[in-house]
Design a protein. Sequence first.
Length: 217
Amino acid sequence: MSGGNWIVFDLDGTLNRTDLVSVAAHQQAQREFGVPVRDAAFIISTFGGMAWDTFPLLAPALSDEERMAYTRRVAELEREFLPEKGRHYDGCDRMLQTLHDQGWHTAVCSNATVRYINAVLCALKLRPLIDEVRPLEEHMTKAGTLRLLLEKTCAEKAIMVGDRKYDKEAARENQIPFIGCLYGFAPDEVRDADHTVESPLDIVCAAEELMSAGIDR
């Protein structure tokens, strides 16, 4: 699938209510590995970042080998908790379906592995509504992985949607409009977006407005 109009979504804090699963996963892993158990607010503040930057903050004093084991354990716990605890933000399914009905292609570009992205989307029953997935590439920024996605899809028009500075920076570097999700984990980081939304369903109108204003790449 290539060409056409694309809306590219961040995952955590944009589609996925990550806090419902990942806070408990990190806290359990921290207890198991004997490192300080961080409160929910601290753990949430790391969402959206790159694992090699954030996991040393979440599991300090571990060796590189132990941190790799910690990373694997968190992933195991997230997969275990997802079926029961996992939720998308209210309206995400209707929003994605409406965008498809209007002719948009949809993608997820996240600072996470493809295994995590697909596990979350499948658990939240959103995978059939996403046309393309782009995980983080090692040693690349989100701007770089977004560029790879846009090149692969040959997007004629594109919009980035997210809740963190990483998403905004990626949109700016790739010269596409950015919709900031104020319902996500870091609203203050995205208040200067090209358009802001208070709920997922608002994304449809925001995309229509940006389209009318002209968003050619």
